[in-house]
Design a protein. Structure first.
Length: 238
């Protein structure tokens, strides 16, 4: 999950920027979470509570704690040199002050999708962020879905059913063994010859079954019970 923070006291700017970021992440199949803050103090309080952010879009002209002070808090107080900071402003006269906060870039308002797209291209390449997607063929058409949106896979008579968080179900021809090879083993767990579940969406489990967040109850085969229990207990302790 790639986490982005927007900090600007203009609601319109925040809404526009959030929309641009969501559009970019959707187009590149990158799982993301965006938090919006209207004051530097609120952002600092959030970071102080050990909340991790990968990228901050930070306005300079903020009331009270301005963007430069927030940047210095991140770098000097929190000793955080990993989080990328991108400053946004309608003025260009902050170069020296911003240099001390070691920002990744500086964007002049008004914002445009092209500006945000260009900087996010740099961020994604720089951090080696990969799209976490599952790709499959259905009636000759290649389709892609975010792994994060998949509750579980079900195999039935040479067809694979993808059960989505939205309640939607996608179907394609294939074998569960091939699906297993394509998804992260740390995230998906085979519990039966017919079921491959997303561990994040297991809400309850016993020795014989798991209950998913959509209330589907799936049987655990005898051959998998020991491994499933070990994996789920280990995951709960992480």
């Amino acid at each position: 999950m790639y986490k982005v923070a927007i900090c600007d006291d203009e609601i319109g700017v925040c809404n526009t920027l959030e929309g641009y970021i969501e559009k970019y992440m959707d187009e590149h199949y990158i799982a993301n979470e965006i938090d919006v803050f209207y004051t530097g103090e609120n952002l600092c309080d959030y970071l102080k509570r050990n909340n991790e952010i990968n990228l901050i879009f930070l306005d300079i002209e903020l009331p009270k704690a301005n963007g430069v002070e927030v940047g210095q808090y991140v770098r000097n107080k929190l000793k955080d040199e990993v989080t990328d900071i991108i400053y946004i402003s309608s003025k260009t006269s902050y170069a020296l002050d911003l240099f001390k906060c070691r920002p990744l870039d500086f964007i002049i308002k008004p914002l445009s999708y092209e500006k945000i797209e260009n900087i996010l291209d740099v961020v994604i390449k720089r951090n080696g962020i990969k799209s976490k997607i599952f790709e499959f063929q259905c009636e000759g058409i290649t389709q892609k879905v975010l792994l994060q949106q998949i509750v579980y896979f079900r195999s039935d008579n040479k067809k694979i059913h993808i059960i989505m968080c939205s309640g939607e179900e996608k179907v394609f021809n294939g074998k569960l063994t091939d699906v297993i090879d394509k998804v992260p083993k740390t995230a998906f767990l085979q519990i039966h010859k017919s079921y491959l579940v997303n561990c994040d969406y297991v809400s309850e489990y016993t020795y014989e079954w798991v209950k998913m967040v959509n209330n589907d109850i799936l049987n655990i085969s005898k051959a998998h019970r020991k491994d499933v229990k070990t994996a789920l207990v280990k995951r709960a302790l992480q």
